[in-house]
Write a protein that binds this ligand. Structure first.
Ligand code: TMP
Ligand code: ASP
Length: 253
């Protein structure tokens, strides 16, 4: 059987040519990295969980009219997506101080922010994805001012949707990161949510206990990462409630 053509391999995912022009297959690996890949591990089942969770969030966004690259899930580890021209910027939205914001500005982790704060990071591993301003992005041509306005508006709509969904299952959406891509319909272009939305790219805290249910479990050695992601998936109903890790077959009643 002819192997699919690999288009790109990142730290957590591989992209293959899709079945039709304008599509790609996105494969979720079990690899976990942190601190620009200084810390690495293979976490059994993480790819399966993130494929499912990203499907859940992206399909939900599509359903409320926030455009994303997601078309459909193909199997346990793969989904069909629209090919986009990636904007080389990570868009972070923060509702609660944590992580690099707390460190940079000396705000205690867990402090509610007066309003959602949107930040941009330039996607460049060699530079460690530095924080940049809109001025940098426009001046260096990574995106236009109109693109930036559209990115902020997409990011805030994602924030409202994700915050609500998470709160409904007892999880506080502290912050998250999205990536955005450009698609063309003839001469007309627009920006859509791309990459993934999963506990790899969010901070998720249990509302009652503050327990971390995201990649900080791995970054800070707080326990079993797959257990944390499984808990998120179970609460959202994307896993049968008796499932633990998805690496073994599970009896479904
Ligand atoms: P930060 O506090 O480390 O800047 O992270 C903010 C949010 O962005 C957090 O939810 C984790 C996510 N994130 C990524 O998805 N990828 C990254 O490379 C980094 C640094 C953060
Ligand atoms: N930047 C990602 C993180 O820390 C992964 C990595 O840098 O290797 O979440």
């Amino acid at each position: 059987m002819a192997r699919r053509t690999k288009v790109y391999e990142g730290k957590a995912k591989v992209l293959y040519e899709g079945p039709e022009p304008g599509t790609l297959v996105q494969y979720f690996k079990d690899d976990a990295t942190a601190f620009n890949a200084e810390k690495k591990a293979v976490v059994d089942g993480k790819g399966v969980l993130n494929n499912r969770l990203s499907e859940f969030f992206m399909a939900g966004l599509n359903a409320i009219g926030v455009p994303t690259h997601f078309i459909r899930r193909i199997n346990m580890r793969e989904q069909l997506i629209r090919a986009v021209e990636m904007i080389p910027v990570e868009v972070v939205v923060r509702n609660v101080a944590a992580g690099s914001l707390s460190k940079r500005l000396g705000i205690e982790e867990g402090t509610a922010l007066p309003r959602p704060i949107v930040e941009f990071y330039f996607k460049d591993d060699a530079l460690g994805d530095p924080l940049v301003s809109e001025e940098h992005i426009v001046a260096f041509g990574w995106a236009s001012q109109q693109d930036l306005d559209d990115m902020v508006s997409l990011a805030l709509r994602v924030n409202d949707f994700l915050s609500g969904v998470m709160l409904g299952v007892g999880i506080r959406l502290v912050d998250f990161k999205i990536e955005v891509g450009r698609i063309w319909d003839g001469d007309f272009q627009r920006l859509i949510v791309a990459d993934e939305i999963s506990p790899d790219s969010c901070r998720l805290w249990d509302v009652k206990t503050g327990q971390r249910l995201d990649k900080d479990v791995f970054r800070r050695d707080l326990g079993d990462l797959a257990d944390a992601y499984t808990e998120v998936a179970r609460r959202l109903g994307v896993l049968p409630s008796n499932a633990t890790h998805l690496t073994k077959p599970t009896l479904i009643n």
